[in-house]
Design a protein around this ligand. Structure first.
Ligand SMILES: Cc1ncc(COP(=O)(O)O)c(C=O)c1O
Length: 421
């Protein structure tokens, strides 16, 4: 396989395998599709909401009341959120400073990512994505067409992983690349980028002074194997845009608060070309203040609980997969993820087999469709950049236990019923 995937082909896969298959979303299906956080947010966020409501009810000066505030020009982020984000980043050694417009707020990481792509696309630069990578950038990248460049996936000892040599080769071959997009820890791979690998990436990027690195760190508190988390921006602050949000580790997906942090000149030069520079595009003040509260009040014991709970669920899943493999002659290959919410299940042995209703399983989309007919929603690996014929699907293991068990029962029954033609 060559170095790059065909962006148009990838776009087709996202349209077919993600939007086509699951729109409208089948409400009755067992959901191992979404990357939903299972655990509720920290209790202190609910308290902050009550305090906020009380402050609105009792505030004598409507200009200070959170629901009635005028536009907050010129700030683009509530100062409370900015300060909390600065502290959050400082804990990982990222030297952003408050009051310098080094942090902007967006409607989740998703909006920030879309805005960054728009900005890089607008300036004529290309954006490089190692794959497998999660689908929101794929969809957004579809908007910048051929200027979204996707590396073919690499498989190492720990499964699909970021391949520094390929990044280096792509940067050499495509001098128009203006940004490299990383997800750390990864979705769908669960890879935690080691300090060594990050240092190698920094070395490669240093050879291309015009390249900016965007790192999505939304899963940073969901490292399950004890590996330490290292922020790339702590190594290469002047060239890095860090994206963080509250949807996953804090269980606050509906709050829709994310933030991007970078050195002021860098952030300004990019953000100024996009709508995120305008305070009218940010989440509401209420959401921002709750986001700030979550960053401030969440105790380490909450993340320890998150990690313990998700690690236990992953245990259940791997134990059940071992059983399935006993019963199906080892049809399901997988690598235990180090972090995040997902396991990639690789089923090359099922390729070419036929289901009871006569469907031949040739691509991962066939597999996903067959599972969906039997009541299980998963994501075909090809929408993340994995070859369709590898027969990979992504399941979420941070789902309710009953759903995990019901979903794996469906997977087992499909695999057991398939026959060679
Ligand atoms: C790596 C990654 N980043 C961002 C998001 C979405 O984040 P947000 O809810 O902040 O838009 C997801 C959701 O699946 C994700 O997996």
């Amino acid at each position: 396989m060559g170095l790059l995937l065909d962006t148009e082909e990838l776009r087709r896969r996202v349209v077919d395998g993600w939007i086509g298959l699951y729109n409208p979303y089948p409400a009755e299906a067992v959901d191992l599709f979404h990357g939903n956080p299972l655990l509720p947010p920290p209790a202190c966020v609910a308290e902050a909401l009550r305090d906020l409501a009380d402050s609105v009810a009792t505030d004598a000066d409507p200009a200070h009341a959170v629901l009635l505030h005028p536009y907050r020009a010129p700030e683009i982020i509530a100062p409370e959120l900015e300060e909390a984000a600065v502290d959050d980043l400082a804990r990982d050694g990222v030297p952003v400073r408050p009051g310098r417009r080094e942090v902007v707020c967006g409607v989740g990481v998703t909006q920030l990512m879309a805005a960054l792509l728009q900005a890089f696309g607008d300036s004529g630069g290309a954006v490089l994505f190692p794959t497998p990578t999660y689908t929101f950038p794929l969809l957004a990248a579809a908007q910048i067409g051929g200027r979204a460049i996707f590396l073919t996936p690499s498989i190492g000892e720990l499964g699909y992983e970021v391949d520094v040599d390929r990044i280096a080769a792509a940067l050499e071959a495509h001098r128009d690349i203006a940004a490299l997009f990383l997800v750390n820890p990864g979705n769908p791979t669960g890879e935690v980028l080691s300090p060594r690998k990050l240092a190698q990436i920094a070395e490669v990027v240093a050879r291309h002074p015009h390249v900016v690195v965007i790192v999505d760190e939304i899963y940073r508190h969901m490292i399950l194997n004890g590996d330490a988390f290292q922020s790339f921006a702590a190594m290469m602050f002047d060239r890095t845009i860090t994206l963080r949000g509250l949807s996953k580790c804090y269980g606050l997906a509906r709050l829709r608060v994310g933030y991007a942090a970078a050195a002021r000149d860098l952030l300004e030069s990019i953000a100024i070309r996009t709508f995120i520079w305008f305070n009218t595009a940010a989440p509401s003040e209420v959401d921002q203040l709750l986001g700030a509260a979550a960053l401030r009040c969440t105790p380490p014991s909450y993340f320890a609980w998150v990690v313990r709970t998700y690690r236990d669920l992953l245990e259940v899943v791997t134990a059940r997969l071992a059983q399935i493999n006993e019963r199906t002659d080892g049809m399901v290959e997988y690598v235990r993820p180090a972090a995040g919410s997902f396991v990639l299940l690789r089923m090359p042995k099922v390729r070419g087999r036929m289901t009871r209703d006569g469907q031949v399983l040739l691509r991962d989309g066939d597999l996903s469709r067959s599972l969906l007919r039997r009541g299980l929603a998963v994501v075909p690996g090809s929408v993340f950049g994995i070859p369709e014929y590898d027969m990979v699907v992504r399941i979420t293991f941070t789902s309710p236990l009953n759903d995990l068990l019901a979903g794996l029962d469906i997977l087992e029954s499909l695999l057991v019923e398939t026959r060679t033609r």
